[in-house]
Design a protein around this ligand. Structure first.
Ligand code: ATP
Ligand code: MG
Length: 537
């Protein structure tokens, strides 16, 4: 199967982060139109790894090779296929490989079958090339309140994970009870860049042919800076090729963040103005035959990058000077961070990173408060002075984001807890929410949902943000997205006791900030899926 877009159909996640995402429904029993066994090479973008970039193995944009089975082959074939590919085709000797297998816990037995299969190929604990690991490392899912999950086995080369094989063999229900799945599934992921690093015998992904031509165009000694620039320019090219523009919200903000981060590292290397353009052209040259969209969107790509570079160039030096001044006094206050954002275009994360380099902290909460205060001032009618309405977009989106959580909870209250989120899309003007429900909602049901939400807004509930381990979050009843890959520690937003969801945010602080919630339309969005559009007045 060809790669799907970097923008997933499941709009609750910002980007496609793994190959299995486009095949989610087939793991749940929906019949796959492509047969039971498929393979793909998937474009992925991982915001969670932005700050890892610079080490030998983490990238933001990566290509993930994967083979998938929905009720087709299972462990025996999956491990054998993986071993053959690695050993015979790629000629990676066993002596360089270490495999990990799920070691079992109080609830789930050790994955003896995988142990047996690996044994056939010379891997065992006794031989010192098979290690056991627990739930944290070698068990996957479920990502929702319930869903498929199962043990994994990983292939490591010199301590670097290159391939992860996931075996979906259990179904975990709401009470955390596990039952064996009737239809078992396999979901694997292998980073192409890491594989290239291994087979080309290079110490890092940046020395492979997927990066060297870019790196070689960047003069300077600071290796980390060069890696960050090479990675971020590649990521930017691919994001823009999907129609994303630099902005202060959502995907556009991620693009802005990596572009500005690249520009800042360019500064460290004293690179000339517009240094990103020839690098972007190099990226396009490398990938144009595989991903024609980078070529057909070349004009857009170069324009967006150049504009962003010019925009940031003007204020970057002044901002860095300002930062030096502020940081000399100690930790960065919320207001100072907001000033850097508002006046010098520093994404909050950039300020955090600069502060971290100096061992200082940034008051994030204070930043958010300043943001809100700023918005109230704008509202009071002095928009011009503060640069107009554009800056309000993030706040409007945050409000609609909180409203989406209320809507989700209200729908479950009125229609039943079988209601599942199927997608969500927010612009600063409106929210759109897709959910599973077999028939059109009645007028009465819609009225009730609206009424509940407006009641919760009136109650002025606190929106609380907490960080906790993923498993703990699920145990505590937080809603999550089916089969989404979450990090070990997740952010959970709860609204009073009414709603609790794993979510990256951002949200407002109190429900009273939302104003009035109004449903504009309820319509079908595919078989068994309804779509609601709503606004805040
Ligand atoms: P790691 O622990 O190294 O971050 P992971 O557990 O996040 O890896 P998976 O989510 O299992 O990795 O992804 C499957 C495969 O994709 C990995 O085995 C690896 O080859 C590759 N991969 C994952 N994250 C990255 C990344 N940031 N850059 C390059 N390749 C990656
Ligand atoms: Mg990772």
């Amino acid at each position: 199967m060809p790669s799907s877009s970097l923008i997933p159909t499941d709009l609750s996640c910002l980007f496609t982060t793994a190959g299995m995402q486009q095949f989610k429904p087939y793991y749940l029993g929906e019949k796959s139109p492509y047969g039971k066994n498929v393979a793909s090479c998937q474009k992925c973008f991982r915001t969670s790894d932005i700050e890892e970039v610079g080490n030998e193995k983490h990238l933001t944009f990566l290509e993930m090779l994967g083979n998938f089975s929905f009720g087709g082959y299972f462990k025996e074939e999956a491990i054998q296929l993986a071993f053959e590919l690695v050993n015979s085709k790629f000629q990676i000797p066993n002596s360089k490989i270490m495999v990990t297998v799920f070691g079992g816990d109080a609830e789930i037995p050790r994955d003896e079958e995988s142990v047996r299969i690996w044994g056939k190929f010379g891997f065992s604990e006794k031989n010192g090339n098979l290690r056991f690991a627990g739930r944290e490392d070698n068990f996957w899912g479920p990502t929702g309140e319930e869903g498929p999950c199962g043990p994994t086995t990983e292939i490591h080369f010199n301590g670097v994970e290159i391939w992860n094989l996931v075996f979906n063999e259990y179904y975990q229900d709401k009470n955390r009870k596990l039952t064996p799945l009737k239809q078992k599934g396999v979901d694997t992921g292998m980073g192409l860049e890491r594989l290239a690093m291994v087979v080309q015998n290079k110490p890092s992904v940046f020395e492979t042919d997927l990066f060297l031509p870019i790196i070689n165009k960047i003069p300077g000694e600071n290796e980390k800076a060069k890696r960050v620039i090479a990675d971020h320019i590649k990521g930017s090219v691919f994001l823009i090729s999907e129609g994303i523009f630099s902005s202060n919200v959502e995907r556009g903000y991620v693009l802005r963040r990596i572009l500005r981060r690249a520009i800042r590292f360019g500064k460290l290397l004293n690179l000339p103005k517009n240094f990103l353009i020839p690098l972007a052209q190099k990226v396009i040259e490398i990938y144009k035959d595989i991903y024609p969209e980078v070529k057909s969107k070349e004009a857009d790509i170069l324009t967006v990058i150049q504009k962003e570079e010019e925009k940031f160039e003007k204020t970057l030096n002044l901002g860095l000077k300002q930062f030096e001044k502020i940081s000399a006094r100690g930790d960065i206050s919320g207001e100072e961070a907001f000033h850097l954002f508002d006046t010098y275009g520093f994404p909050l994360e950039l300020t955090e990173e600069l502060a971290k380099e100096k061992g200082l902290k940034v008051d994030i909460k204070g930043f958010e408060e300043s943001f809100k205060k700023h918005r109230e001032i704008s509202r009071a009618g002095v928009e011009k002075k503060f640069g107009g309405v554009g800056k309000e977009a993030p706040y409007e989106s945050a409000k609609l984001h909180t409203a989406t959580h209320l809507l989700h909870a209200a729908l479950r209250e009125i229609l039943g807890t079988q209601v599942k989120q199927m997608g969500s899309d927010i612009t600063p003007q409106r929210l759109r929410f897709d959910f599973s429900h077999p028939q059109k909602m009645t007028e009465e049901e819609l009225k009730k949902v609206e009424a509940i939400i407006n009641q919760k807004i009136k109650e002025d509930l606190e929106v609380k943000k907490t960080e906790m381990p993923y498993q703990g979050a699920i145990k505590s009843g937080a809603l999550a997205f089916f089969k989404e890959k979450y990090p070990e520690v997740v952010t959970v937003y709860s609204i009073g006791v009414f709603s609790k969801e794993i979510c990256a945010g951002p949200h407002v602080k109190k429900t009273s900030e939302l104003g009035r919630f109004k449903i504009i339309k309820e319509e079908s969005s595919g078989a068994g899926v309804r779509r609601i559009r709503a606004i805040l007045e």
